[in-house]
Design a protein around this ligand. Sequence first.
Ligand SMILES: N[C@@H](CCC[C@H](N)C(=O)O)C(=O)O
Length: 292
Amino acid sequence: MATSIRFTKGHGTGNDFVLYADPHGEHGLAPEQLAAIADRHVGVGGDGVIRAVRSSSLPDGAAALAEDPRAEWFMDYVNSDGSVSEMCGNGVRVFTEYLIAAGLVELPVGASLPIGTRAGVKTVLRTPEGYAVDMGLWRLSGGEPLVRARDLAVARPGLGISVGNPHVVVAVASDEELDAIDLGAAPLLEPAAPQGANVEFVVPGDPLVVDGVGRIRMRVHERGSGETLSCGTGAVAAAMAVRHWAGAAAPEEWRVEVPGGVLGVRVVAEEDGEHVVLSGPAVLVFEGELVV
Ligand SMILES: N[C@@H](CCC[C@H](N)C(=O)O)C(=O)O
């Protein structure tokens, strides 16, 4: 029997999502259904689908509640092909905006909310401009695979970075080169990443630092979604890669320009290591009803 589900469409710097609330975890959808919803021809269209579930209502939520009992809401994120991802940096801001608009949480400007994700609990601060999310620890994930986009004759060295989900960052020499790269197909990695990877191509600014802020331009091919206008975890990975390459003099604050807008990335020293804070806008665009 067909069921109807209220949904909201939203985006963060052009990275767009279909969101729906399922507080009691009763409307989990199959990967094919999620892919059909995200399809831009036969569905609502989006880079991903996000289900808002109470952490207490799904198995993955138990770990979130063990980490922080205040993490009442869990962001159940899937890519547009229906595959599950651990984390979505733009998604967690849009998710928070959605929870507020749906009346599921109250969050005045200046207040914070812990959100459960498969990459751990993320604390989201509401700011006058949008949201700033403590994405937790970043780390070099050990690999330096060669990366070849479809039209690049020569493979480039990349840098593997984990922000809870996997990324490979590749530097290119100029804006012209960045704009010309064909991201219509997933770049090839050598060796291949067993779990797949999001691949960011970046051009460090020239000059790299202006008024103490590092500058980067980036395009991304997302695992499970293809080229997107923005990727929050990708912006974090890009900033951390360029900071790593730049060495000791690199700043702690970065401005990452993506095709869909601008994201801020800041490194904050915490007791357990270097956390990264991602900031940017979240916009809800329309609502409707899905029949599944
Ligand atoms: N667009 C997201 C990342 C979404 C998940 C990614 N495609 C993956 O599979 O890891 C972001 O803003 O971080």
